[in-house]
Design a binder for this molecule. Sequence first.
Ligand SMILES: Cc1cc2nc3c(=O)[nH]c(=O)nc-3n(C[C@H](O)[C@H](O)[C@H](O)COP(=O)(O)O)c2cc1C
Length: 184
Amino acid sequence: MKTLIIYTSQTGFTKRYAEWLADRVGGDLLDLKDAQKKSDSFFDDYDAICYGGWAMAEKISKIKWFLDKAPSWENKRLAAFCVGGTPNGEPQVDSLLQNALTDQQREQIKLFYCQGGMNYEKMSAPTRIAMKMFVSALRNKKDATEEQKKMFDRMASSYDISDVKYIEPIAAYLRGAEEEESAS
Ligand SMILES: Cc1cc2nc3c(=O)[nH]c(=O)nc-3n(C[C@H](O)[C@H](O)[C@H](O)COP(=O)(O)O)c2cc1C
């Protein structure tokens, strides 16, 4: 049973989750840029493939490549996880997960969310500016609760709310492939 974790990360949170996950399931790890250079046959060996991307304006960054590949991987166990600055349990997380996949994709791909954080020091200058604009747009939402406003204020500076425990459901799902294989 072979598992591959492919990730894209700008400031390191998604990379760290991908490393934790690869370590936990004994899988291989590839940056998306390297995965894109591989031929189709490279992926034949893998029973499970998981994509990790960071949340960008309520979408999962660069997931299109993975979604385009998915139909040709119908015999594999597929999962994806999104790492964002929003804490787990917030409604934004639900809507991000809801909108990320079509019903058809959802039948094939199991989607997870891991809370990450914000690292302004590692962001490129244009991204830092985009982020400030995004936070201020959130802050000005008319229906934002006081609790959410506090969260948006916090998003204006760096923080880390990542935790290795958030990989457990993903690891369990990916390991399911192993159990099925040994049962067959
Ligand atoms: C331009 C931009 C947009 C973002 N949009 C979201 C978002 O919609 N939801 C969210 O939870 N986090 C959002 N974030 C926060 C990142 O997803 C978060 O910092 C994540 O941990 C970054 O992962 P990385 O370190 O792997 O790049 C955004 C960050 C940037 C820079």
